[in-house]
Design a protein around this ligand. Structure first.
Ligand code: C2O
Length: 536
């Protein structure tokens, strides 16, 4: 194993997309930002220097951060933000993980432009559990707003209404020629006939689950969220913000240009944000003026196409990579995830009310001191550990809404002892409207053991759980009007954020934290904070 040093200068950079330019916050002037490469077992040190006027923090999404919660990155959860002119070295070791992940800013909406890929190669000499591709390409999906994204969300919070949707989706930073700025070229994926490519696909969009497909080429799925899956072939994958998917593509069409498309998936298309981002798969030797082979994209609400992909995912569960699904459960939790409405006397456009979101009816209020610091230094009054393990009321979650749409506010954690096993059912509610919620858990991978539509039935549904080879991931889509069940082992002491990875829902309060106590063993406690940990 090695120590790898990176320097992330957070700087403004004037960037032109959709035929107009605006200054954006970037890492090292790039959009998307640089890819971080490492091998399993390596130690990574990233020095982040903040040269912009905003507070900044960076999250290494999906890196487990065993005992190093200080380096996880969510502002006010594990650290105070890095203030303008300040810097901080994120120092962590990648233990027992290999695959594709992403890093992104974890404060306000900065991650719209502050994000990039993480590629963790297997240990030296350890092969992939599938035929070695001839080449590998990182493909980052994103969103682009013509206006300033911080202004977009600030305006929405003031009015109480939903923020404006983005003006384009992007593939490796580019909307592509089908956008309303035809002169702008899209990303070109150059291939040679007969070769096989591994695409490391990352959804770094703020608010959009995306379909991804390539005209004339099948995708062989081999990994999601940096865990290997049983390989399968498919035309179209779906990928939620925060998720990653590795696919193999064989350039078996001889020559030509083929459209690569990323288009939105949303069960309830409230916002009309249906612009497809395009790129081109380009065979070497193809004439510049030869036409592009197009592909149709799924309708925005093509749930069956999404499910066809999601239901095909199984852990590889081989001898070398066994699926360690907890077979017993210490904490059986039932969390509702959904929207709500709270009073807001100053919200003029919202008629005195504002949109909120909640887990178990608790709208999370950001503390002003990091929860992990409060936990470690025993600072009182920052958060409480009475997060409800069940919703405070029951109703028909996917049908009749409860009598009150109002949520309670709080900064609450759910406490787990070291190594406890957790089964968590995440139930979408139809309060205001049913919606997909890609829920991300920091600090752990979990197994997705079950999923269904309608209300979860605690008597019948567990009988259908897959406790053998369920897919293992760090971000899971709770289907609109349905539920998912996950299991994980609390083997990582610290404070771990869990939230919807649609940034608008996070902003509205669809977030909570697990507090995991230290164990009694020699390597079972949170390490002390680094000396340069930012102060609030
Ligand atoms: Cu990728 Cu808490 O986020």
């Amino acid at each position: 194993s090695r120590v790898r040093h990176y320097k992330f200068n957070v700087v403004m950079r004037n960037t032109s997309r959709l035929c107009s330019a605006k200054p954006i916050v970037t890492v090292n002037g790039r959009f998307p930002g640089p890819t971080l490469y490492a091998r399993e077992d390596d130690t990574v040190l990233v020095k982040v220097v903040n040269h912009v006027k905003y507070n900044v923090s960076i999250h290494w999404h999906g890196i487990r951060q065993l005992r190093t919660g200080w380096a996880d990155g969510p502002a006010y959860i594990t650290q105070c933000p890095i203030q303008p002119g300040q810097n901080f070295i994120y120092n962590f070791t990648i233990t027992g993980q290999r695959g594709t992940l992403l890093w992104h800013a974890h404060i306000l909406w900065l991650r719209a432009t502050v994000h990039g890929g993480i590629v963790i190669l297997p240990k030296l000499g350890v092969p992939y559990p599938f035929p070695k591709p001839d080449n590998e390409v990182v493909v980052i999906l994103g969103e682009w707003w013509k206006s300033d994204t911080e202004a977009v969300i600030n305006e929405a919070l003031k009015s109480g209404l939903a923020p404006n949707v983005s003006d384009a989706h992007t593939i490796n930073g580019h909307p592509g020629p089908l956008s309303n700025c035809a002169s702008q070229d899209g990303f070109r994926l150059s291939v040679e006939s007969g070769k096989t490519y591994m695409l490391r696909i990352i959804n770094a969009a703020l608010n959009e689950e995306l379909f991804f497909k390539i005209a004339g080429h099948k995708l062989t799925v081999v990994e999601v969220d940096a865990t290997y899956v049983k390989p399968f072939k498919i035309d179209t994958i779906v990928i939620a913000p925060g998720q990653t998917t590795n696919v193999l593509v064989t350039a078996n069409q001889g020559s030509g240009k083929y459209m690569v498309a990323a288009s939105p998936f949303m069960d309830v298309p409230i916002a009309v944000d249906n612009i497809t981002a395009t790129a081109t798969l380009h065979y070497s030797g193809t004439l510049a003026n030869s036409p592009i082979t197009f592909t149709s994209t799924p309708p925005q609400n093509a749930t069956s196409i999404a499910n066809n992909f999601i239901d095909s995912l199984r852990s590889l569960n081989s001898k070398k990579y066994p699926a360690k699904v907890p077979q017993s459960v210490d904490h059986s939790l039932f969390f509702t995830v959904g929207l709500g409405i709270n009073p807001c006397p100053t919200c003029k456009a919202g008629n005195g009310s504002r949109a909120v979101a909640a887990i178990n009816n608790v709208t999370f209020v950001m503390p002003t001191t990091a929860m992990l610091q409060a936990h470690f230094f025993k600072i009182k009054g920052v958060f409480t550990t009475d997060f409800p393990g069940n919703p405070p009321f029951t109703f028909n979650y996917t049908g009749t809404p409860p009598a009150s749409l109002q949520t309670t506010n709080g900064t609450k954690a759910y406490r787990l002892s070291y190594n406890a096993t957790v089964q968590l059912v995440l139930q979408d509610t139809g309060i205001i409207t049913p919606e997909n919620h890609p829920v991300h858990l920091h600090g752990f991978n979990f197994f997705a053991i079950g999923k269904g539509l309608g209300n979860y039935n605690p008597k019948k549904d567990p009988k259908k759980f897959n406790l053998v080879d369920p897919v293992e991931r760090n971000t899971i889509g709770v289907p609109a009007g349905g539920w998912v069940a996950i299991r994980f082992r609390a083997d990582n002491p610290g404070v771990w954020f869990m939230h919807c990875h649609l940034e608008v829902h996070t902003t509205w309060g669809l977030k909570m934290a697990f507090l995991v106590d230290n164990g009694k063993g020699p390597n079972e406690s949170l390490l002390p904070p680094p000396k340069d940990l930012p102060k609030c």
